[in-house]
Design a protein around this ligand. Structure first.
Ligand code: SF4
Length: 608
């Protein structure tokens, strides 16, 4: 959609270095090879459009199967002290390399690609002071799971989270990226770490020694100023930090592992663990994979296989090739793991899940970042928990949510009980990274003759036409299309999963507008009163009916409306269907901006 918007600017090429990444359209079904082949087949016209548009406008194109955007950025582009915006809320992942990286909506990105400065209300700065040293089962993921529990999904809104303190140096560079990545779950504008040796080592390992040297020379500018002041300070002693499990249904419900089994029983969460999923842009580094492989290897040595389903999503082709070379893939497969394509897959709802029926209550645990209702498998009864890859891997061996690998034992094939030892891994691959297959298309020196491929009859792609401008008249007596009850994320406003294939076709994807939001009037989803006819209908149908009758409408919502993914479709669709304003108690930052950019009025009450 951003490319379609950029095309309408009529410029010959982008004003700033830009890259495009294909990671959302590969559905997890049976495993990497077949899933990728099927995606290439099904999405051919979209990939052709992206490849030709990138070539025309001077944009680097990372093909399907190259990996998840944030891992590729970390491996190739992230640079200490530079600034970047990206059209995905987990763009702050690059803060693990000391970059000021912010997630924005597509329209913001298009402005920057067209040479227009990006604007942001000056954020506050929250300092997280890390002391002590991480060890045992505790991982960087547990830092952000703990911070999410403290700050909640709203606590970082309008703030940059800056990690400081002596504990920072005990974290790997990719571990710092994990922490910054999941800062999106607390609404932070971005998160970042000061430049240190771990970042320098990672830059060298990923073929960027010159960047490492340059950052080292300017290190004094890439660390907090002496005596700087923060708007809020959070202290965490890494030596005392327990592994955490967050969820279900929200990433800020944080429970330390020692108390988790009791919470499972108290709350009646399904105790049987159906599936564990590791990887995603959050936790798919070589270190993550090597620690999980350590656990899996030990289990295999005792003849133990995963009792739950177990999937592994490498974050990039480079990680996939490296873990295959180093034997981790074989180890995961030995205990029953299935390695999925280098893509978002189940994290964005691209999961052809077969082991439970829709509506069946069940538990899954992932090392991903988001666990909103129905996010992974479209099943609102799935209880999704978030934890480190270490805990996920240990728990699939037990197949039970109450298993605590720090205290509990597993039974080996010989009937004897054994305890898993503390996981150990490598921050960086001892034999270096294996780049794997060539998955990058560099733009040609002159793209002006390239023809961008869009079939006018396509149901996946549609050239954008400008919205009708405001007629200058006040909007009076606009009907409320829906009063959305409770949490209303961008997944509720513009669902992912099967809808993702229509992301380049505004008219078609608008058929998912607000279908996941609960109507406060009747407690139902996708059923609203058409005030012209007195009959109930689907939200997009009723919205379009008002539009076609020349009646502007509004949406009413609750707090932190539009949290979650930076999905600009959640703003484009209401505008396309004739909406004029969204009135709420408060907005998530990116969604508020997206609404403004698409000509929708975001209005909120001064006092919640
Ligand atoms: S869908 Fe998941 S894996 Fe993909 S970028 Fe978003 S959070 Fe990361």
């Amino acid at each position: 959609m951003a490319l379609l918007q950029f095309m309408s600017a009529g410029l010959p090429e982008t004003a700033v270095p830009t890259s495009v990444h294909c990671d959302h359209l590969i559905q997890a079904q049976v495993g990497a090879e077949k899933d990728l082949a099927r995606a290439n087949d099904l999405n051919r016209e979209v990939y052709d459009f992206l490849a030709t548009a990138c070539a025309k406008y001077g944009i680097g194109f990372w093909k399907a199967g190259s990996g998840i955007i944030h891992q590729i950025i970390l491996e190739n582009y992230a640079t200490p002290g530079l600034m970047m915006i990206g059209t995905d809320s987990h763009t702050p992942n690059a803060g693990g390399l000391g970059m000021v990286a912010c997630g924005v909506g597509g329209a913001d990105a298009v402005d920057v690609m067209a040479g227009i400065p990006w604007e942001l209300k000056a954020p506050k700065v929250i300092g997280v002071n890390l002391t002590g040293k991480m060890s045992g089962w505790t991982t960087p993921k547990d830092v952000i799971l703990k911070v999410a529990g403290i700050l909640t999904v709203k606590g970082g809104t309008g703030s940059i989270i800056e990690y400081t303190g002596s504990g920072v140096d005990s974290l790997s560079c990719t571990g710092m990226a994990t922490i910054c990545n999941m800062g999106a779950e607390i609404g932070a504008t971005t998160s970042l770490f000061p430049f240190n040796d771990k970042m320098g080592e990672y830059l060298k390992a990923t073929n960027r020694p010159a960047v490492a040297e340059y950052a080292q020379a300017f290190k004094h500018n890439l660390v907090p100023d002496a005596n700087c002041e923060y708007d809020q300070v959070i202290d965490i002693n890494l030596s005392e930090l327990e592994p955490h499990i967050n969820g279900p249904f929200t990433p800020d419900l944080a429970t330390p592992i020692s108390k988790f089994a009791a919470e499972v029983k108290k709350n009646g969460w399904p105790q049987e663990l159906k599936v564990g999923l590791i990887g995603s842009c959050t936790n798919s580094s070589y270190e993550d994979m090597s620690r999980s492989a350590h656990i899996a290897r030990e289990a295999a040595e005792h003849g133990v296989k995963a009792k739950s389903g177990f999937t592994i999503t490498p974050g990039s082709e480079q990680v996939r090739a490296t873990i295959a070379r180093d034997g981790f893939t074989d180890t995961f497969e030995k205990i029953g793991g299935v390695v999925l394509a280098n893509a978002c897959g189940p994290c964005i709802g691209q999961w052809d899940r077969k082991d439970v029926k829709m509506g069946e209550k069940n538990s899954i645990i992932t090392s991903y970042n988001r666990n909103f209702t129905a996010r992974n498998d479209a099943n609102p009864a799935t209880h999704a928990f978030v934890a480190s890859p270490d805990l996920v891997t240990a728990m699939v061996l037990a197949g039970d949510l109450t298993f605590n690998p720090l205290t509990d034992s597993l039974k080996g094939a010989d009937g004897k009980e054994f305890k898993l030892s503390e996981p150990a891994g490598f921050e960086l691959p001892p034999k270096g990274y294996d780049a794997g297959a060539n998955v990058y298309q560099a733009p040609p020196a002159d793209g002006s003759k390239v023809e961008v491929k869009v079939d006018p009859k396509s149901d996946r792609l549609q050239i954008l036409t400008p919205f009708k401008p405001w007629d200058g008249k006040d909007i009076i007596d606009a009907p409320v299309l829906i009063k959305a009850q409770g949490k209303c994320t961008t997944d509720h406003i513009s669902a992912g999963g099967p809808w993702l294939k229509y992301r380049g076709h505004l008219e078609n994807i608008s058929q998912n507008c607000l279908i996941g939001a609960i109507n406060a009037d009747n407690g139902e989803a996708n059923k609203v009163l058409n005030q012209m006819t007195g009959e109930y209908g689907a939200v997009p149908t009723v919205g379009a009916a008002y539009r076609d009758a020349g009646i502007p409408w509004v949406v009413v919502g609750d707090s932190n409306y539009g949290e979650g993914s930076s999905r600009e479709h959640a703003a484009l669709e209401p505008r396309f269907l004739g909406g004029r304003a969204v009135i709420v108690k408060s907005f998530a930052r990116i969604h508020e901006t997206n609404l403004k950019k698409q000509g929708m009025l975001p209005l909120w009450f001064k006092n919640e």
